[in-house]
Design a protein around this ligand. Sequence first.
Ligand code: H79
Length: 483
Amino acid sequence: MKKLLCGAALSALLAGSNAELAVAQTPKNTPRTSIALKHGAHDLGKRTDPMMERWRNYGLGQFLHWGVYAIAGGHWEGKYYGGAAEWIRSWREMPKDAYDNLYKQFDPKDFDAKAWAKQAKDMGAKYMIITTKHHDGFCLWPSEFTDYDVSNSPYKKDIIGPLVEAYDAEGIDVYLYFSVIDWNHPGYRSVLKTEEDREEYEEFKEFTKNQLVELLERYPSTKGLWFDGTWDAAWKEQAAFADELEAELREMVPGLIIGSRFRPDDYGNRHFDSNGDLMGDYEQGWERKLPKTIEDVKGNDWDCVMTVPENQWGYHSDWRGHVKTSFELIEMLVRSVALNGNFVLNFGPNGEGGIRKEETQLAAEIGDWMDVNHEAIYDCGYLDWEKQDWGYYTQDRKTGKIYMVVFNMPLNGALRVKTPDKVKLDKVYSLQDGKKFTPEEIHKNEYFIHYNSEEKIKSPMVIVIESTSGEEGSDQVYQKAKT
Ligand code: H79
């Protein structure tokens, strides 16, 4: 430890007087409490205030990636770009200058904030995250601090305001996505190599702060900020700045929710500080991937953000490769909830502001399932019963009701349930039609719930268990074999 601190002090000396320049290398996941940090995690454990409780119980969210990249739609001069559509500016074949002039065509005739909000509501989303500014720097709100915004496009009008209003009206909480990477700002750097870089980056930091304050002032009903593009070496040096800025933003909106993807710690570690503690209100590292077990989430809140194709966030007119089905997405949603997380599904509207038919179809299918089964999602989380191959358990945090969400029905219709000691299954019934099941006790703490219907199951089915923790049953029937 002494060595590391000396290293930090030394690099501070070498880099100049500013302590925040001192990004020493520490191994990831250093055992906790070994390192004194000024800018590590400030509060350990989960937040329990009403705003965070609300966040925790959302279950399903919607992500919206929209910007001038939607105009290109993954193509430039007839050539297909296979990368993520919102990254097309970084493609060798597309001149930066051509990209930076796309905003002159931004005039989305089909944009209808209310229609988007209605669709999200019908899908069952409880919150929405909108890209106010992606890495390209184009702002979907009229910003006082740059000309590269929607007010200078032919559309002229604010996009964020109407979205906030429309989603608020549907009772869907709005979160603002903000990319710290900004390819348009002259002071932005991914690495700080020279003194001049550092000077210019100071202006960029001021600009970043101004824009964030501006967003919260303009849209005070914002529930949280979803940061992105914070992995650069330059940003990893900004522990003190980011820490102070985060505190200021939290001060502006009481209860504001910020995940682990914003600030680095004193040593440039991200998400988890040098002592292994989560920085921010929830873990924000589950992008296009999901945890497998409850151990993977380390007792933290978390969200998973997911694309419909493999890796397209912004609109790409030509999706290639596997496109996820509603069955797969519902499984991801249920797995997220079963492991105490939220699942956020991405939509990439096109350059005219229309939502493509594949996404509309998926939203409708998920919505149909949620109409019947939302009880197994909202307010639900992890249940400490042994996982079975048929699917996932979730449990309502308030009522204690247990939900079996069945994705793989056994050929014989016998769904195995293993309970902890002393648990009694009082009532077992189908969520869809209330039809009762009589569990067959096959061993101590082990049952079959027999699904015998001839009807073909078309979508994941939910069985509700109401249980009590009662007396231990007699052991006489279940004698262990001597072997
Ligand atoms: O906004 C979405 C993405 O654009 C952004 N975060 C989500 C929410 C993001 N995902 N990954 N990255 C940014 C890191 C960039 C990875 C890259 Fe690449 C690999 C950039 C260049 C190579 C992916 C593949 C993008 C272009 C090609």
